[in-house]
Structure formats: C-alpha cells, structure tokens
Unconditional design. Structure first.
Length: 71
C-alpha cells in the first residue's frame, strides 16, 4: 500500500511538472500563429501531462521499495 501511495504522489508531481514544462516548450517551438497558447495548453494537459504522470507513477513504485520478506 505504501508503494502504491508513493506512486500516486509521484504521478501527481510528474503530471504537474510535465504539463508546465510542455506548455512552455510548445510555446517556444510552435509555428502556429493563431492559437499558440491554446495548442500549448492542450498539449501540456492532455499529452505531456499524462506521460509525465505515468513516468512519475513508475518512479514512485520503484522508489517505494519492496517489503522485506521473513524467511
């Protein structure tokens, strides 16, 4: 349960970090002249944010470690 909770915590942080970074990255490199801000917001929220959340969840699961086994 601790691993799962840590995974969720990392997923939230990963989503926020990736969405913000994606917003600024798309804003810098997009050639779209009409709705650059909308494109950056949608790409950050619906593409890069979920990718960052998935990566954060996996990192949180790995960081949580395993329960020691009694033999």
């Amino acid at each position: 349960m601790k691993r799962f909770g840590l995974g969720l915590l990392f997923a939230i942080g990963g989503y926020v970090a990736a969405a913000i970074a994606g917003y600024f990255l798309i804003g810098l490199v997009s050639s779209n002249a009409h709705d650059r801000d909308l494109e950056a917001a949608m790409t950050g929220a619906f593409v890069l944010g979920p990718l960052g959340a998935a990566a954060g969840f996996i990192a949180g699961l790995m960081r949580g470690g395993r329960k020691p086994t009694d033999v």
